[in-house]
Design a protein around this ligand. Sequence first.
Ligand SMILES: [Zn+2]
Ligand SMILES: [Zn+2]
Length: 202
Amino acid sequence: MAALRGEFGVAGAVRPAVGSGSRRTPSRCLRGHTLAVGGATAGWSHAYGLPTVTCEVCYARPEARDSKATWCLLDPTVQYSAGKAPDLGLVLVTLPPAQRRAGVGRIELRWDRKPVGAVWLAICAPCRRALLTGLRVEPDRRRLGYGTVLVAAALALAAPPDYRWSTTALPDSPEVLAFWATVGGFPGLGSPEPCSDMRVPE
Ligand SMILES: [Zn+2]
Ligand SMILES: [Zn+2]
């Protein structure tokens, strides 16, 4: 994969991980190696301002020492309001619906202030319903895990099973299907179940 350069560094892979310290250390690498057996090294990405994990097994194999040996951990429960988001690094910013309850708002993923992806969603607290209405990652930032982070961020805002989630109908696209298959599915995928408070654009 070609290296992508932002204002301050190279874009690497990122995955959601809740919490801090050893609690959020993943059990497997991006290729499925068990880190407790193969070993892992903790580090820091200055480009993203996030902690990193490197799989020792992947790193020891020169042919495998690509963007998948090391990845960053982003806590999907840490979301900033637009006015309080840090200027640097990879951060989640919540932009609530402007007008009405249960309207469509979004969570943006921003890298050094620049939006690189977003998930659109409607949440109705009284009905305990949540609807994912859109997901987009900038074309030159795909296959890094940004979409996975955005999906985790959406679920963190309205956690199932407390909230009943669904999504709008999926576009007829192999790329979209491949994304959701990689993420491991989503509750109510492609079968929208909005509450009566939601007015969702077609
Ligand atoms: Zn590995
Ligand atoms: Zn409702």
